[in-house]
Design a protein around this ligand. Structure first.
Ligand code: BGP
Length: 490
């Protein structure tokens, strides 16, 4: 197994899940700032005000705020993203710890509302631009190459409400204005940009993980949102290359692999259809620059009508991504038959795979699936790839000796790195690997801190209590060794 010389090793984060400082230095409210905490058993809520009354609605796919409601912070609710792990003030210490592990890359997102607080301003908020410049300069001090996600589920609340979650073309202009400000500001400091984090989650969340959403209106909303995001992404790619030909721009897909539960041809076809809707549709538009032939079936299935103009098609063709990046945590099982053995958990409810183990959150551990995904998608798109999220969320305990022996995380990551190495040996042009959560952070799905991913433990619990003290786990020293050996010594 041999990772190429110069392969980028690091970890991935998102602004809303690490920074905190949700209302500092001019930052505006993003949708995550009105999202309460939840758990494996109970959903996170969006809190709002309607006719002067506070209310809340489950933050689930297809659920928006009630008509006329405005997102609002309920003083009696707890919002984990308001402080998160306070990376906003700890960034120097955290980046130093990443450097101590030997990171050569670090994936983070820029909070849109630090740059454009409401999203419709003409000029960017300089304090926001200044913060990320300091972060990137800190990375460069250690030879760490940033991979920057432009939008990681952090839409400005004002825009989200005004344009009903990307239901208006104006959102494209708002996004491109934001991306332009970043491309101009960080020229020479940043090389890698990702346009939208897990852009396919808009569809994935409707039909996978047991969320069996079926109403046409929700699918119309989802496909329309995606059409405008595809255009925004394509315009950003083209603009990036105009501003700095050295910029490399990628998409970012939530790479959930589906397997048929039985060899019944109906299950095999159903699995292909599931993959097309949840993973291939977005990857094809962004990496091939056009809607795939099966789009018509997907739209007809839910009576979806999109306003796709000839100009739109030209934009998509001209804005194909340079690299294909994705997150990989688990695989799923699809069947047309009755499911006897179900897996529970958040985002993972469905037929259980009898050949795989599952985490406390119901996510299957499937390193072979990662090798398979890499080889299938490289064959499909033939552009360089990055794995920009992969990790094990687990309940880590501090041992009697005051240390955290997370050998289960070492085992999970070692298997997945070995699988990537096999894909590389099979010819896949893989250029980077960033584990999800190099440092404990707020879970997107549940808002918990107790679903820990990090090589670094952060003293903060699900109720927001703790000193925020950082502490290396056993995996911290293991990953240092992996990086030093360029993936050889697992
Ligand atoms: C992905 C998101 C990340 C991260 C990850 C882990 O969907 O891109 O932001 O949250 O999921 O999921 P969770 O945090 O729910 O464990």
């Amino acid at each position: 197994m041999s990772f190429p010389k110069g392969f980028l090793w690091g970890g991935a984060t998102a602004a809303n899940q690490i920074e905190g400082a949700y209302d500092v230095d001019g930052k505006g409210l993003s949708v995550t700032d009105i999202t309460t905490s939840g758990s494996l058993e109970a959903p996170r809520y969006l809190t709002y005000k309607l006719n002067g009354e506070l209310g809340k609605v489950p933050a689930m796919p297809g659920a928006g705020l009630p008509e006329g409601a405005e997102g609002a912070i309920d003083p009696n609710s707890y919002y984990p993203n308001h402080v998160a792990i306070d990376f906003y003030h700890y960034y120097k210490e955290d980046i130093k710890m990443f450097a101590d592990m030997g990171f050569t890359t670090f994936r983070l997102s820029i909070a849109w509302t630090r740059i454009f607080p409401k999203g419709d301003e003409e000029k960017p908020n300089q304090a926001g631009l200044d913060f990320y410049r300091k972060v990137f300069e800190e990375c460069k001090k250690y030879g760490i190459e940033p991979i920057v996600t432009i939008s990681h589920y952090e839409d400005p609340l004002y825009l989200s409400e005004k344009y009903n979650d990307w239901q208006d073309r104006t959102m494209i202009d708002m996004y491109v204005k934001y991306a332009k400000a970043l491309f101009e500001e960080y020229k020479g400091l940043v090389k890698y940009w990702l346009t939208f984090n897990e852009i396919n989650s808009t569809l994935l969340m409707l039909s996978a993980f047991g969320n069996n959403v079926t109403d046409d209106a929700t699918f119309q909303h989802a496909y329309q949102k995606l059409h405008y995001q595809f255009l925004a992404s394509a315009k950003a790619v083209k603009l990036a290359h105009e501003i700095d030909p050295n910029y490399v721009v990628g998409n970012m897909i939530c790479g959930i692999l589906d397997y048929p539960m039985t060899p019944d041809p109906k299950d095999v076809l159903a699995t292909r259809y599931a993959m097309e809707q949840t993973v291939l549709y977005c990857g094809d538009v962004q990496a091939k620059g056009e809607y795939p032939t099966y789009s018509k079936r997907l739209w007809d299935e839910h009576n979806v009508h999109l306003d796709i103009t000839e100009e739109d098609k030209k934009i998509l063709k001209e804005g194909k991504v340079d690299i294909y990046t994705f997150s990989y945590y688990m695989s799923n099982v699809i069947t047309t038959h009755e499911v006897k053995d179900k897996v529970g958990g958040n985002f993972a409810a469905g037929a259980k795979n009898p050949y795989l183990d599952y985490s406390e959150w119901g996510w299957a551990t499937d390193p072979t699936g990662l090798q398979y995904y890499l080889e299938v998608m490289y064959d499909r798109y033939q552009i360089p790839m990055m794995v920009v999220e992969n990790g094990l969320g687990a309940v880590d305990k501090i041992g009697e000796d005051g240390k955290i022996h997370d050998d289960y995380r070492i085992d999970y990551l070692a298997q997945h790195i070995a699988a990537m190495g096999k894909a590389v040996d099979d010819g896949v042009d893989l250029i980077a690997y960033t584990t999800w959560g190099p440092i404990d952070l707020v879970s997107a799905g549940t808002g918990q801190m107790s679903k820990r991913y990090g090589f670094i433990y952060v003293d903060r619990d699900d109720e927001g209590k703790g000193s925020l003290k950082r502490m290396p786990k056993d995996s911290f020293y293991w990953y240092k060794k992996v990086i030093a050996s360029n993936g050889e010594d697992l």
